[in-house]
Design a protein around this ligand. Structure first.
Ligand SMILES: Cc1cc2nc3c(=O)[nH]c(=O)nc-3n(C[C@H](O)[C@H](O)[C@H](O)COP(=O)(O)OP(=O)(O)OC[C@H]3O[C@@H](n4cnc5c(N)ncnc54)[C@H](O)[C@@H]3O)c2cc1C
Ligand SMILES: *[C@@H]1O[C@H](CO)[C@@H](O)[C@H](O)[C@H]1NC(C)=O
Ligand SMILES: *[C@@H]1O[C@H](CO)[C@@H](O)[C@H](O)[C@H]1NC(C)=O
Ligand SMILES: *[C@@H]1O[C@H](CO)[C@@H](O)[C@H](O)[C@H]1NC(C)=O
Length: 500
């Protein structure tokens, strides 16, 4: 017994010594190359190693803190030179699975948020955005010229992680995903070269970046098209209190909503989601136009959702007012240092219209289960009115980007299921709450559904994760991974495997 302990202690010590040696070699290389780094024990390290999801904290082997593109390239070269160290780009650090830290210990993390300049060419409307910028800062700069592109709601989210894997928000039904506005990227590849990617330069890489970008290199600069923002947008809510407690009412309401969306009832200017939590069920929306237009757009829907149902909290805003309304943050122009934290588990889905039996099971789970399975925690579900015939997302041809969800009918809804702890730890028996809920959908849908890696679920096994995130795009993505990064320098536990 004592011998076994002594032997395993020796093995642990030897492994720790090897890790320390690798760490020292990496530090030396970065220092020699003149790449700025964050040093363990400093405030910079604490900020750069911070995990948005406190359930998933990881310790990097080293943190590069580049301020130039050449720094990023040299950092990648150091990892290759030292060998056996995985490289991970971190921009806004808002990955649900802490994939910006590599999703495990021991990565070389390249923290990009010291590079967050945004510049707009007013002639062409093309914005040049450094990869470490956050959405709130990007919007703040672009609105000075009355412009923006389509993106999500949270000002602290990094433009890079967001755009590389989708980017859905209150402009997406009208204008598409963030990745639909990207027209070019400058990328550091695994072999240490810097290349341009666009529809005319390295088009396969550009295809892969727009949907599965974290697997193929480090984007250092983006180029985005922008649109002229509307003068007025209108925010509103529709409260549906009966939906929270009565499964029959909820199932019937969801059926009406999906029929309205699938049949083209939702005009292009409307952007809307259904929120459910322990206190309420409500539609939340942002109409691109004035309140009169908003009321006209909702008029055919409201009577279908129950008697006396109407919009409340109707407010007209300018563009940034609309952004602020759903930002849930006092600060909009977010730049480094930024440290937000939650402790939670989340899952996602993308589905078409749900058959009646699935709707019934989903509704029953929703109405009954949280009281026991999520007691004392803070859960919510968001169902984005994502597709349908008028959605800008589903008007993009499906093979234009590697992002997999472009069918107006098969990709009607994008869901986020989120379950957080108020204090400290997420309980080990907590996971079954969301696992069980998602299963009530997928059990009745064969393989006709997907998941969204921007709401990553790190408990999915690697093979399965690749399938459900990338669906039809996966074979081509695996070929490209083999070509561009055969040794998996850019690796995390759910990263794309190179083709055999
Ligand atoms: C509070 C909050 C609100 C959100 N709201 C929305 C929303 O409204 N709509 C929506 O669609 N999503 C939303 N998300 C999800 C968000 O889009 C994703 O988590 C996104 O990946 C975060 O990007 P990041 O740069 O902040 O994250 P990071 O953790 O830095 O990176 C995420 C992934 O991208 C990779 N990556 C980052 N930068 C680069 C780069 N330059 N080159 C290559 N790979 C890179 C990382 O390695 C990692 O795998 C939200 C998330 C949070 C926490
Ligand atoms: C690196 O990879 C790219 C893309 O495959 C290729 O074009 C380039 O020649 C490679 N550079 C080196 C130095 O091998
Ligand atoms: C739910 O609502 C339906 C239709 O309004 C009603 O017939 C039924 O009794 C309600 N069920 C419960 C459990 O309240
Ligand atoms: C909703 O409220 C508005 C403003 O008060 C009113 O004009 C409209 O008729 C109402 N619609 C319904 C369906 O009750």
């Amino acid at each position: 017994m004592r011998l076994i302990i002594a032997l395993s202690t020796a093995a642990t010590l030897a492994a720790a010594a090897a890790v320390n040696q690798k760490r020292a070699a990496l530090d030396d290389c970065l220092l020699d190359a003149g790449v700025p780094t964050s040093t363990p024990g400093t405030t910079d390290w604490t900020i750069d190693a911070h995990a948005f999801n406190q359930r998933l904290k990881y310790t990097p082997a080293a943190i590069a803190a580049p301020t130039t593109i050449e720094h990023v390239r040299l950092a990648v070269e150091c990892a290759v030179q030292v060998g056996g160290v995985k490289v991970t780009a971190k921009s806004g650090g808002h990955s649900y699975a802490s994939f910006g830290l590599g999703g495990e210990d021991g990565h070389l993390v390249v923290q990009l948020d010291r590079m967050d300049e945004v510049e707009l060419d007013t002639e062409t409307g093309i914005a040049t955005v450094q990869a470490g910028a956050r959405l709130g800062h990007v919007a703040t700069v672009l609105i000075e010229e009355g412009r923006d592109f389509s993106h999500g709601t949270c000002p602290g989210v990094g433009v890079s992680g967001h755009t590389l894997h989708g980017g859905f928000g209150f402009s997406s039904h009208t204008h598409g995903l963030a990745l639909d506005w990207a027209v070019g990227a400058t990328v550091v590849l695994a072999n240490g070269t810097i290349v341009e990617a666009s529809t005319t330069e390295n088009p396969s890489l550009f295809w892969a970046l727009r949907g599965a970008g974290s697997n193929f290199g480090i984007v250092v600069t983006w180029r985005f098209r922008t649109f002229v923002v509307p003068e007025t947008v209108t925010a509103f809510e529709v409260n549906l209190p009966q939906w929270r407690t009565n499964a029959t009412t909820l199932a019937k309401g969801l059926a009406e909503l999906q029929d309205w969306l699938a049949s083209g009832g939702m005009p292009k200017e409307m952007n809307m989601r259904l929120l459910g939590n322990g206190f309420q069920v409500q539609l939340q929306g942002l109409y691109h136009g004035d309140s009169e237009g908003m009321r006209a757009a909702l008029a055919p829907l409201l009577p279908r959702l129950g008697t006396g149902v109407n919009a409340t909290g109707v407010r007209e805003y300018d563009w940034m007012g609309g952004f602020r309304h759903y930002a849930y943050s006092a600060q909009i122009d977010v730049r480094r240092p930024h440290r937000q934290a939650e402790t939670f588990y989340a899952k996602s889905l993308v589905t078409g219209a749900l058959p009646e039996d699935v709707l019934q099971r989903v509704a029953e789970y929703w109405v009954t289960k949280p009281a026991t399975a999520a007691r004392g925690r803070s859960w919510y579900v968001l169902i984005d009115m994502y597709g349908g015939p008028n959605s800008a997302i589903t008007q993009v041809p499906k093979d234009e980007t590697s992002y997999a969800y472009r069918d107006p009918q098969k990709h009607l809804f994008l869901y986020q299921f989120n379950d957080g702890s108020f204090f400290g730890q997420y309980p080990a028996n907590g996971f079954e709450f969301l696992d069980g809920w998602v299963k009530t959908f997928t059990d009745g849908l064969w393989e006709d559904w997907g998941m969204y890696i921007n709401y990553a679920d790190p408990r999915l096994e690697r093979e399965r994760a690749q399938e459900v995130y990338y669906r039809e795009s996966l074979p081509r993505l695996r070929q490209l991974k083999k070509q561009l990064d055969p040794d998996e320098l850019f690796y995390y536990p759910q990263a794309i495997k190179p083709a055999e």
